[in-house]
Design a protein. Structure first.
Length: 625
């Protein structure tokens, strides 16, 4: 048979030849370094047979940053982990152990629970296996053979996996450990030059919370120790920026099981919250929005009218009320529709822009909650614009301009994505040509670069979403701008147009921060907690050197009363008080001792730069921050 290599050359091989045979036919060095076969976007074990005419690429240990090459290395390391665990903890049952982004995990059912401290011991055992050397032996077996083998060894999870497996059943054996596995695997453990177990977590068998909770051990592996070192370093940096850790360190908020996924905001966190609220309100007013307030709870019938009941019911909290049920709002739209419909509207009233930063509740699955980034208590900087068809483009432009202003203010780069007509769209293609065109024109006019998600729009209209990435590299949706032709019709909304006939307005749903909770979470990570002066919960901290300096320190703080100033007069050393202010990332410290007065203040900036300024000079400087 013939196979095709990446340079389009053909290689003649005997029938039944494997990727390893192909590598050997090309050269002994390649055969030694080969780790995996990639073929038309999928991967297969070097020892799996090739097919006549198959196009293949052979990945080697030199492809040390190729995601597929890393996956096969890491998955093979997961098998070493399972072998080590079974040797150290007899009676443990093994479940699944796939490669994931940045590493691998393996799920175990331990007879006795283990703690983080066990990881070191297990890692040591894995290193011992590496030192001894392991090779992987791949076998195709019948389901009956596989089941009887794993049943004999007490591996009930594996038996269950055989029952639901599709395609041929294969096992991989290294040393005295045999695992049910589709592969692919390395030929042997030589390419595993660096490994690390990174953590422990609970995980339900098959991801179903009705099943038994297993212990998941996370780890990673690399082709090179330097790659692992670099990865651990970046992980440490990411951890230091993690908003959950900084939230505690900076005393901004906490989360508790008393109210799952609903943050408790501490006084310092509220300072940031209120600064963002003030910013939103100021800009909304400047840009012609009017503020409204609508109820939190609505009769289920309202949610049926809005369409949320059909699409969003499972994510709503329902509250019984006399003989009916009320739904806690997951979105503000119905309230704003009812408000618009409460009076007679003329084209002269449009565009009408209702803004409301209300609290919304969304019933999220417990496992998906994540710090401030996924919460059940969501506060959106929400607005709904009621517009005529002619006003769509200008309003979208206004939203984009507003969004660009906000994200620029924080030096954050959001990714803009335009989502177009889906298969289940309502309305004609001509209508969609018009609405999508209006969004594209507005994006182009505001000179915003964007990607297009074909077919990803809502059934009622196209939308523009803003995305950001957190320190762990995960993408989160922030703001959204959605054009909607359906909800106003569902609520029977009308306005009197210039032609003296009643027309249904379009509505634009818009949130720019998105959720204030999520935005603050991203903001904490973006600044690594070192907020700009205007956002910092404590802007200036005065540290009196000795007891005698406490009174003048307080006098100074009072003179700077328009700022958020604290006096740290605790009986701690000056060095310690400075260090703590640095940990809290306070932008400006003023040390007040014998030599200080309004004429000469010792000012220390975040980052350590020191200068002497008179009070007047300090005021001038603060005005520039
Ligand atoms: Zn495997
Ligand atoms: Zn809405």
């Amino acid at each position: 048979m013939k196979i095709v290599l990446p340079d389009s050359s053909e290689l003649e091989l005997p029938d039944g030849a494997t990727g390893l045979d192909a590598a050997r036919a090309i050269g002994p060095k390649l055969a030694e370094q080969a780790v995996l076969v990639r073929s038309n976007g999928s991967v297969q074990d070097l020892r799996a047979p090739l097919e006549d005419g198959q196009q293949i690429q052979i990945l080697t240990t030199r492809d040390s940053d190729d995601p597929d090459a890393l996956s096969v290395l890491r998955h093979s390391t997961a098998h070493l982990l399972a072998e080590a665990v079974l040797r150290l903890y007899p009676g443990t049952k093994i479940a699944i152990g796939p490669p994931i982004e940045n590493g691998f995990y393996y799920d175990f059912d331990f007879p006795e629970p283990i703690g983080e401290e066990a990881l070191e011991r297990i890692e040591e055992e894995m290193r011992r296996e590496l030192a001894e050397g392991r090779s992987w032996n791949r076998e195709e077996v019948t389901p009956e053979e596989a089941k009887s083998y794993f049943a004999e060894h007490g591996e009930s999870y594996k038996v269950e996996l055989v029952d639901t497996a599709e395609g041929p059943i294969t096992t991989y054996t290294q040393g005295d450990f045999r695992d049910l596995c589709r592969g692919p695997h390395l030929q042997d453990s030589k390419p595993i030059k660096a490994l690390k177990l990174t953590g422990l977590a609970g995980a339900y068998w098959r991801g179903d919370e009705r099943n038994k909770q297993l212990t998941r051990i996370y780890g990673t592996a690399f082709y090179d120790q330097a790659d692992l070192d670099a990865y651990l370093e970046s992980l440490e940096q990411a951890r230091a920026r993690d908003h959950r850790r900084l939230g505690t360190q900076l005393d901004l908020f906490h989360l508790s099981d008393h109210a799952p996924g609903m943050p408790f905001w501490h006084p310092k966190g509220m300072v940031i919250w209120n600064e963002l609220e003030d910013l939103r309100r100021r800009e909304d007013l400047k840009r012609g929005y009017v503020e409204v307030k609508t109820p939190l709870l609505y009769d289920v019938a309202t949610w049926v009218t809005s369409g949320h009941w059909e699409k969003f019911k499972d994510e709503m909290f329902i509250v019984p009320y006399s003989d009916r049920e009320l739904g806690l709002k997951p979105m503000n739209c119905p309230g704003h529709m009812l408000l618009f419909g409460s009076g007679l509207r003329s084209y002269r009233d449009l565009p009408l822009r209702y803004a409301e930063a209300s609290t919304l509740h969304r019933n999220e699955r417990a496992g998906t909650l994540h710090g401030l980034l996924r919460v059940q208590h969501v506060t959106q900087d929400d607005a709904h614009m009621f517009v005529t068809p002619e006003q769509i483009e200008e309003e979208i432009f206004g939203c984009l301009d507003f969004a660009a202003y906000l994200y620029d203010l924080f030096g954050m780069e959001a990714r803009f994505e335009l989502s177009t007509r889906p298969e289940n769209k309502l309305g004609t293609d001509e209508e969609w040509d018009f609405t999508e065109g209006a969004l594209r024109n507005a994006l182009d006019r505001r000179r915003i670069e964007y990607t297009v998600n074909e077919g990803d729009g809502a059934f009622y209209g196209p939308k523009i979403d803003l995305h950001m990435t957190d320190v762990l590299g995960r993408s989160w949706q922030m703001g959204t701008i959605q054009l909607d032709s359906q909800m106003p019709a569902r609520f029977g909304l009308k306005y009197m147009a210039e032609d003296n006939a009643e027309h249904t307005p379009y509505v634009i749903h818009r949130a720019l921060f998105g959720s204030l909770e999520r935005f603050i979470g991203i903001l904490i990570e973006h600044y690594a907690g070192a907020f700009p002066f205007w956002l910092a919960p404590v802007q200036i901290r005065v540290i009196p050197i000795g007891e005698a300096h406490r009174a003048p320190a307080h006098e100074l703080a009072a003179k700077l009363g328009e700022y958020r100033v604290e006096v740290d007069e605790r009986n701690e050393t000056v060095g310690r008080r400075i260090r703590e202010a640095e940990l809290e990332k306070v932008p400006l410290l003023i040390l007040y001792g014998e030599k200080e007065s309004d004429e000469a203040l010792a000012v220390r900036e975040r980052g350590g730069e020191q200068s002497t300024k008179s009070l007047a000079e300090l005021r001038e400087y603060l005005a520039t921050l």
